[in-house]
Design a protein. Sequence first.
Length: 522
Amino acid sequence: RAIVRLLAALDDATLKGRTAALPAGDPLYNFAGRALISRGLALPRAFDRDAQWGFDTSKRPPAERDGYRPPVKLGVLLPLSGSLATASAPVRDGLLAGYYAETRRRPELRFFDTAGTAAGANAAYDKAVSAGVDYVVGPLGRDEVSAVFARGQLPVPVLALNRPTDNKAPPSGSAGFSLAPEDDGIMAAEYLLSRERRNVLIVGTSDDNGKRTIKAFRDRFTERGGSVAGSISVAEVPGDIGAQLRNYGAADAVFLAVRGNTARALAPQLALSGFAGKSRVGTSQLVAGTGKVEDDLALDGIIYPSETWTALGVSGLPASTQVASTLPSARGPGARLFAFGYDAGRSAHIWKNSPPVPTAACVAPPARCIWMASATCCAPRPGPPSTVAARCRSPTAVDAMPAARQQRGAAVEAAARALLEQAGLRLVVGNANYRGGELDLVMRDGQALVFVEVRYRRDNRFGGGAASVDARKRRKLVLAAQLFLAHHPALATLPCRFDVVEASGEPPVLNWIRDAFRADDC
């Protein structure tokens, strides 16, 4: 992680040049390569895989252009019987949905029952190895994962679907991702850091889930340079903590490691204590213990991780409502596990341009994770965008404007792009259309990904172009940006920003409003 921090300090040109200069087999290359990908930059060569990641893929056919390189024979370790059988059913079904949706070469697939016990997991792993599998997905239970990891170096690598009870790192060549509380804490820390929130108040429960989430959040957040202003422990039914909250008024965000019913009780206290206009981030537990829309209105504006599949849909999978209508295991809470299983199967088949995750850390593949703006709808922060944004006026107006309205809009967009490129931004794509909205310009500003809305009004008596970027329009832009990131996972780790370039008057004069609004404002 210290290496990651050092690489993050390099500019794009330096990072590209020094990465290309690293010799084959240099252990730093894979770290530098992942840093390039996180900025949307191309790799100078493929990753050095087998030597560093500890298992041989030479028997697999060459990877396809998108990184698709499945095992020859895939073993899946799941508790098909025992106390965990109910939880494993949607994971199994999600994995099979992805398997049968794939039209290219698929591995031979075999399931092995772990029975939900440590001994059963070890026995199932031995059976899988004896059957000749060259990659294993699973096991699922924490005790099961602990038992398999305790064996030390494994003859066949595994992609574990949970964290071990002792948080031990996977053996060399193996990896893991999970829906564990620790992953929620890590994701929340990364989310806040990517939005330049550096001083955070933690509010959480003292049960096992709360403790694990808070510890993971605190460790990752402080390790990456953030500071924890303080921590307030609350019961499931919290009392009055207003006085404690007011002691941390300097905090620029609050992390809520609580369930939905607890968050509902805390929301008014946060608002009265000055936190309504600050970033409030929860965990996936935020939607647990809720269900009444009128009650959940109190949660508006709290960011939390949810499944891309249920929120926006995923290419290659039918809509979650369609699947749930015919498959009981994908209904209700099962939808999350179904998406998790889908991603587990795809993670075994596709490395994209990256090696497997070297430790039991958070992974957010396309079906499982996306940040949602609030529990029910969007509530903008008080004040117009211009009160929180820096304005930059273009030195020149748009000179010759066409007569046709559509051509006028195109001319303003071209002028806006020229203005931003003159300021050092680089175009990623223009006029990207998604369900419900269009992204006029998507650009890179250093390490940041910028979604630019260009608005033109000939008459500026009613606020000019910026005034038309109202709450409804901002929600559409946030949704379009989420869809863009879901379709471009290599860019999804970059810090994001929403800018507006307004053009008002005749001839139009451009005003560039940086950081005009934020996803957690909407």
